[in-house]
Design a protein around this ligand. Structure first.
Ligand SMILES: [Zn+2]
Ligand SMILES: [Zn+2]
Length: 445
């Protein structure tokens, strides 16, 4: 009798496991048609960072219809004239873990050249008041759609999980302001503070059906620095009667490269890029000043601090060597709001990777290299990685196209390219399946 009961129980348990894994596919089948049309509608109607009004309202409306408790316009920017279109949607399902999953909402000032029937022709005003073309060139429209698909399935599978599920729609990811704005507006005090936070992003270099996972540091911190180099202007024919800030700027730019190659440990990946240099007006005038804009990338905070100190030292020291008087010393101004590195909590990443392998096949979960790009999703883990977080990458490239480009040695359009055209259906299916499996792993009964 005992034995019989046990084997009956085992059958029930294994049936339940199989059921939870298989249940998701027909649920995706059932909504894929409407999700594809949602995706195409969103793709054709992108909105710039700070202006995600319609996208956020649509996202909120859909989540409300699924039974989530939704709060709109969450977020506080540093400039009061900007409205934050952050969305927080909560589905409570008894006692249990609190898990937050995030999609971004914004698009980019890029003129779409994909030629797709649902390509964007939108133009809108940016923060500076200039009219610019707008495109979902980073795939945040895919993220929104995948999140809605996941939200629906999880609302239908409430018997399989417990706890509090929080879905957020974050504005202004592309200018790294939205996460900070939402946290500043009480994301973790007005709403439940999560035990775990997850996000996905589409990948322009991975085929649809596969997911990239990187444990530990996976994306770099990003710090923006403005350098003003001052000299003493004069006639271009009389350098001895001036202090030339153009030559000094050139020396500083080359000197900065030795901060990475000589000061920084070769075991700490780092980048210093001078992305902008402006100075002077005419062939024969030595100007008074030159402006540089610099981006610094690193993983570890100690490495970032060392790079920043090196930049200040090289810039100021080079000016002293050029005989610039102390009153005209260069200014090195750090933008205070930097984006920290994304750290995929290793234990969480391992746990999610196993769940993803079960859901989409082990061969489709691909360990991948960290990258020096940055993401403000990093901020949700708070200082010193208090909250375990993880972002994974969902392949968005047609496998046939990927094979073709490998064979021909041609480059695929990257994220932010005017030609980036993710293949919607398999990317959405994998994204939804992966995110659903990840949440169920963390919240399962
Ligand atoms: Zn982007
Ligand atoms: Zn993006």
């Amino acid at each position: 009798m005992h034995k019989l009961t046990l084997s009956f129980l085992l059958v029930c348990v294994s049936f339940a496991v199989v059921r939870s894994q298989q249940a998701v596919d027909p649920m995706i089948d059932q909504q894929i048609g409407s999700l594809l049309s949602t995706y195409k509608t969103l793709h054709a109607a992108p909105e710039l960072s700070h202006y995600e009004e319609k996208t956020s309202a649509f996202f909120a409306k859909e989540l409300r219809a699924l039974g989530y408790t939704v709060t709109e316009r969450v977020g506080k920017y540093t400039k009061p004239e900007w409205t934050s279109y952050g969305v927080v949607a909560i589905l409570r399902n008894g006692a249990g873990p609190t898990v937050m999953i995030r999609t971004d909402l914004d698009a980019l000032p890029v003129e779409e050249k994909t030629g797709l029937p649902y390509a964007s022709t939108v133009r809108m005003k940016n923060d500076a008041g200039q009219e610019v073309p707008v495109m979902h060139a980073c795939g945040h429209d895919l993220h929104v759609t995948a999140m809605l698909g996941t939200a629906k399935i999880l609302s239908q599978l409430k018997d399989q999980w417990h706890g509090t599920l929080i879905i957020i729609g974050q504005p202004a990811e592309e200018i790294a302001g939205g996460a900070r704005a939402m946290l500043a507006d009480g994301l973790y005090t007005r709403f439940p503070k999560p035990d775990f936070a997850l996000a996905l992003h589409d990948a322009a270099d991975q085929e649809a059906g596969k997911v990239n996972v990187t444990p530990g540091y996976s994306m770099a911190s990003s710090t923006s620095i403005d350098i003003k180099i001052r000299g003493i202007g004069g006639h271009g024919s009389r350098p001895d009667g001036a202090k030339d800030p153009i030559v000094l700027a050139a020396q500083v730019i080359l000197g900065l490269q030795t901060v990475v190659s000589r000061d920084n440990s070769p075991l700490d990946p780092a980048v210093i890029t001078v992305g902008s240099i402006h100075g002077g007006t005419k062939h024969n005038i030595i100007p008074d000043e030159v402006d540089l804009q610099v981006t610094v990338r690193a993983f570890r905070e100690e490495a970032r601090k060392k790079l920043l100190a090196g930049i200040e030292r090289v810039t100021k020291g080079t000016a002293i060597a050029a005989g610039i008087p102390a009153s005209l010393a260069p200014s090195v101004t750090l933008q205070t709001e930097f984006t920290p590195s994304v750290y995929n909590d290793p234990a969480l990443t391992e746990r999610i990777s196993v769940a993803l392998a079960k859901a989409i096949g082990k061969e489709n979960v691909v360990p991948s290299q960290p990258m020096m790009a940055s993401e403000d999703f990093a901020l949700y883990s708070l200082d010193e990685h208090q909250i375990p977080t993880m972002i994974f990458w969902v392949g968005a490239v047609d496998p046939a196209r990927m094979k073709q480009s490998k064979e021909a040695g041609t480059l695929l359009p990257s994220l932010h390219s005017a030609l980036f055209a993710p293949v919607p259906e398999p990317t959405l299916r994998t994204g939804i399946k992966a995110m659903t499996a990840a949440v169920l792993e963390l919240m399962k009964k």
